[in-house]
Design a binder for this molecule. Sequence first.
Ligand code: GCV
Length: 594
Amino acid sequence: MEMARAELSTGLAALDMDAPVLIQAVPDADEGYEILTTNENITIRGGKRGVLYGAYALMMRLAAGFSPETPWTEPACPLRMLNHWDNMDGSIERGYAGGSFFFRDHHLKYDEQRILQYGRLLASVGINVVSINNVNVHSPAGLLITQTYLPELKQVADLLRPFGIRLLVAVDYALPVTYGLGTADPVSPQVQEWWKRQVSLVYQYIPDLCGFLVKADSEFRPGPHMYQRNHAEGAQPLARALKPHGGVLLWRCFVYNCKQDWRDAKTDRPMAPYEIYTPLEGQFDDNVILQIKNGPYDFQVREPVSPLFFAMPTTNKAIELQLTQEYTGQQIDLFYMPPQWQEIQKTLGENMPKYISAVSNLGDDPNWTGHDLAQANLFAYGLFAWHRNVDPAVCAQWWTRLTFGPDASCNQTIVSMLLSSREIYESYNTPLGLCWMVNPNNHYGPSPEGYEYSGWGTYLRANRDAIGVDRTTSGTGFILQYPEKLAAQYNRVETCPEQLLLFFHRLRYNYRLPSGKTLVQHVYDSHFSGAEQAKALLCAWQMLKGKIPQETYTNVEERLMRQVSNACEWRDVINTYFFRYSGIPDEHGRVIYP
Ligand code: GCV
């Protein structure tokens, strides 16, 4: 209550507003709130944390010029998380907005004001849990849950607590080995005892810790498979150590063979999580939450939803989204994500998990996200996690108005840039859900066969006639992991959504799409048009010169210029690649490099 009052009074003063606001506690409520108005005053009624959310909502509504009146609202997801991939040396894995604002020189070293601003930033959009260290727990981050770093970690937890934000820590599965036990085997009584002791110590420092996050047996990280144990067995000692303290265990399902032989055409990487986890249905403790990436591969520009969301009905699940734009333009190219989330929500329907998590796009750049317009993704994520069914256009309008003020024509331009950005990016990037045509390692820019002969399980298998992996019932059978209706739709090339055609099917270059175009012609057209549309984004922005703050203008213009050259590079490389394999020229005679 005090926090809500304090935030309101500083916030309203900063907005130069003087509204008579009453705050009323609603007993037994927690995060829910409502805003009521009379001629005399405005009342925020809410639960323990709800009044704070109500205070931010009120300020946003007033700032955007909307009526404050808000019917009772409660979050759709009780855990609305942000996962940072920050390393303790100050770098960020897949970070595109500078370095970490938590860590430096292998310590928690930060500007306290920035952490407070961060708390406000997150709470204002309803995020209530953060994990601040990388899931790849590089040394010495494993020690964050030990005496060495707990005093430092506690201070961050204390700073964020008033904002209703709880910490989660990414832990190293092999930590008992580092501690001299010689093993991390989950069935070892010494290992189980060790986790119990360690977790008790953590809760002495941070009594409201949300829990642990684990990346196990994934991309060279240690895990239970090292001891021939399955993941339910593997999660047990940590989950049971956390349970008495009310802690949860977020267990990531990003598990696959990253040392596949490219000659092996039977193993199909997207099938791995389903194959590994579904036999374990009913075996996970009730405080374990399986954290599943939205798609079965890895945050590609276009993927179907992971089939694991439809399976394991009695197991807790969280969906993991990626705000940091690893494959979606690295905060250089514009990519507004809510249309993607809306599609995921529509496809999953009631199978949408009740927990949600997203990889952070924040860093220590002064504007937090590198690209100024990428802030819209964090804002929209908060709204999506709270309401689930938010309209991407409404989020974009809200954010634009709050950020740039009331100028209608300026807002219209920015909203339409945001709303078209995903389609534009996709049209000059990898075609038709094919995935993985990026430069290896840094994942920016085109390299159609950059991963073709590697161990990562990400193959296109192009030859002179056709391209793509056949994942239908007569191919790898991946499609069978989906519920019957969806499987049937994906299985037939005629009914498969066009954007996913090459995710599920292997097709000849001269295959005719419903549009009447051949596959290869579609690729050419889409890439020529995508590069043109990227130029149009830049032109649209340039029309706003003088209407928005110079610093923001320059920040975005510089990035849009880089986006244009990136789009041209993608266009030329992908078109050339398809032309060289297929030998089919562009019907319109445009330039393709032979
Ligand atoms: C944190 C992809 C990324 C990795 C990331 C991994 C994961 O492979 O390229 O940087 O590691 O996903 O989500 O664990």
